[in-house]
Design a protein around this ligand. Sequence first.
Ligand code: ADP
Length: 924
Amino acid sequence: MPLKNEILNRWLGREAPAEHEPKKQPEPAVVEPASVIADWHMQLDEEGRVTGISKPLRNALGLAAVVTPAQRLMGYLMPGSALVVEGAPEEWHGHMLDLDFRRPNGQVLHTRGWVQAQGEKWLLQLLDIGDLMEEANVAQSRQQCLRLAGQLAEKVRGCHVDRLQAVTAEQLEELAQSYRVPCLALALAEPGGAGWRIYAQFNAQTAPQLWQDGQRLGTDLDALVSTQTHQIDFGEPTQLVHLQSAFGNADGFLLPHHKEGSVKAWLLFGFYNAARQAPELGEREWMNLCSALAGPILYRHADQAHRHQLERLAVLQDLLGTGWWEFLPDSDEVQLAPQLARTLGLPGSSDVLPLTQWLQLIHPADRHELESRLGLLRDRGTPMLSCVRLQQEDPAQPPVWLRIQGQVLVSGQARRVLGFMLDVSDIKNQEIQAAAAHARLDNLIASSPAVIYVLGYDRGSLEPTFFSASLTPLLGWTQAECAEGLLTQYVHPDDRDIWFQRTRQLLREGVVSCRYRLRDKKGEYHWLLDEARLLRDDLGMPVEAVGLWLDVTEATQATERVRESEERYRILVEDSPAMICRYTPDLILNFGNRPLADYLECTPQQLPGVNLGNWFSAEQKEAFLRRIDELTPEAPMSTAEICLELPGREHAWWVWADRGVFDDSGKLVEIQAVGRDNTEIRRTRMQLNQSAKMATLGEMATGLAHEINQPLNVMRMAVVNVLKRLSNGDTDVEYLTDKLNRIDTQVQRAARVVNHMRVFGRRSEIEQQLFDPIDAVDGTLNMLTEGMKGKGVELRVGEPGPRVQVRGHVDQLEQVLINLMVNARDALLSKKEKTPELEPWIALHVEQDDQTLWLIVEDNGGGIDPRLLERIFEPFFTTKPVGVGTGLGLSVSYGIVEQMGGRLSVSNASEGACFRIALPIARD
Ligand code: ADP
């Protein structure tokens, strides 16, 4: 090629023509004779008509051997270059002519030539400049390609990362339009190297869509050679058959982009044949374009991934209060991640600090260990892992634990010492707590009367694999002594059935609870409560059993003792001579023993359900219920003498002791009672009372005689006087009436005394009655006043208070008062014998408050020898001579007052004895 240019230039006498130079030039300086240098030439006449064509040119133009004469040169040329040869050859002389000839196949033959005169004719010599032209075209399009590549790269590199994909699609469009590619796509490797995926694509409207964004291409592309372009030609056999599906069975063209030795991206051209459609671009240009596009995208992706990585790391470090550290050996300093520096409470900007200062942050107890490990890491590369506490100002705070890890990183010549610090306080503190709890639990189990065991399951048999440490303290056996069937030997022979049954039940039902006796090493048996549970795997197959032995020897023995004791009590109750029963507050019997059943003339079995109230009179029942109602959890006991109307008997008197049973809320739920038949005793006592009463009457006889005698005397005097008057014939009616009235009064008086004596002498009523105690006082005074007067004893009777009622028998209270006054009289009379100047008196007065009424009998008889005070209520105790005193008066009186719910007491007052009868006032 340089040769051609040289020829041309030499001929034209100038340097190679510039493109923009005008076509017509001044005359050449040297005009050589018409010598033929070029193979291609034509002969022209002076008007420019072709008269001859050299054979090579004819061949090149594909013309026949015989030239049709008289055709102008213009007729052979492409329209574009025909302009150059307007006019006659003479005008062209001295100019360089670029002539493009038309070839019959439509191709163009590029030539450059000049004309030379040849006599009258002209010789047009031509050189083939097709290759020169082509070279220039190629250079141009390569330049364009380079420019395009630059633009693509710039766009992709400069856009915002969020728009990267969109911009890539735009650049694909740009590229497609530049080279008229119907379908164009960029495929990137999938993360993890599992095939390829379309990242962005462009599709011309006229072409079918081959690819879509995000489409997976599989791994077919992996087989391609990474360093060259690949053309798939569907029309011809191709080795890349496997790719045809990815290209819709159309022609295709692939460009790899590789980095660090492997392909990272493919640029795919669909319906495109590069060699045919862009012949001017070589492999290098294509690769260049691909790299211009894919390179920046991959870089930006890597950059973004890196940034994300950093952000994740920062977040992680922030969240965990942790971070990396690096030891800088040159300065003996430690550099910390900013988050870590913050966690450690270092001031704002100081994330590089001297090693010593770093160590100062650590608790002294852990500091030396850390320092030593760090030394090993630095000097010998021993990887480091240690848990240390931070130095803390407030020792009350829970410690902050850090896990420090370090290793040496060698890359090339560089050797770095770096690691991580992680706050593990939560875990560490939990670990410490768990360890403490575990130790406590171990301790507890070891010191408790419980053994935890594990039984391993092996084809239907269960053998111990573990016992808690409490085994030996409890039973004396070691774990080994309980293994492999040995345990069975220790089970009490009587309990072996339970033992075998337990294993079977555990396997069958998965859970068991039983008791049996197990021998300890000393040969003593322990009652064990055994509770076990079978654990199964996911498939329901037994894996092992976990169980617990609880030593219940004491409890079992205690239960046994209770049972025995209950049995004893049952016998005691059933065989007791006393009546024992339980009944509800509405008097329905729950239980009664044989003695009670005998009294009620039935069997013990018939007793439950019977109402006790059936045997009471209405009054007794009311009194009984009132008494039960007064029971409280604080005072649950009550005793009374109750009266029943039993079948076949008139009245039965029972001494009856009740004990209330209360529920948690203090409500009475049941009463337990013990009773004793007191009828005989009571009858005897009544007889005694009666005898005592009679004795009292006897003692009163003198007084009573006086009492009767007095009215008799008055009457006798009246009768004598009346008779005397009548014998004198005096019949003064007024006088006689007066005397008769006096006699009547005295008769009434005597009748009253006699009447009262009759009443008093009667036996007492069975049931107690309500009465006014003052009635008893009046009755007593009626009988005694005259007698006392006769003996010179003054009666001092006090004013009674408001009227009240007491419960009992009025005659019995009278009996008590008579006893006391007669005793006082006797004491006074015996004292008067020794001291005649004594003026004897007996005082009887009444005192009362809301609940109690007192009848007080006091005298001035000198009182009772203090040594005898305690004994005077004893039956048959008397200081009176034999035949005079019975010693029953006070004893009977005491009993009567007690029967009335009251109390009789004595004391020595200033001048004599003072007896006080205290009686509960009855209220409705
Ligand atoms: P008796 O009157 O038959 O002796 P009591 O039981 O009535 O039997 O009395 C017992 C004793 O108590 C009397 O013997 C007497 O010594 C003593 N006694 C009773 N009352 C008085 C009194 N008012 N002053 C002194 N002694 C008394």
